[in-house]
Design a protein around this ligand. Structure first.
Ligand SMILES: [Cu+2]
Length: 103
């Protein structure tokens, strides 16, 4: 019983302290101007090189980039600028609104 309580306490502590350390955010950007697979690679390289970016996935097929970053080090404007710097266009895709419940 008590071990279970300690386990819960540890999980709670770890999750709250991680949240305090970094506010991780994921943004989806619409990327324009990519014409081939190597464009997607270039765009991804540009995004990864932005300070604070943890992960960037660029899809040529969907013309979009999904970027995970630390919002204390970076922001969407910096991500878009990085794409513009290497010759693409970028605009933020607003997060989808929660689906309305069907009546
Ligand atoms: Cu290309």
């Amino acid at each position: 019983m008590s071990l279970w309580r300690i386990f819960i306490a540890v999980i709670f502590f770890v999750s709250t302290s991680l949240a305090a350390l970094a506010a991780e955010q994921t943004a989806t950007l619409k990327v324009g101007g990519m014409t081939c697979a190597s464009c997607a690679y270039q765009a991804q390289k540009a995004l990864i090189s932005v300070d604070g970016v943890r992960k960037a996935e660029v899809s040529k097929q969907d013309n979009q980039a999904v970027v995970t970053f630390d919002d204390e080090k970076s922001n969407v404007a910096a991500l878009a600028q990085a794409l513009v710097n290497v010759g693409y266009t970028a605009e933020l895709i607003e997060p989808e609104q929660p689906a309305t419940t069907e009546q």
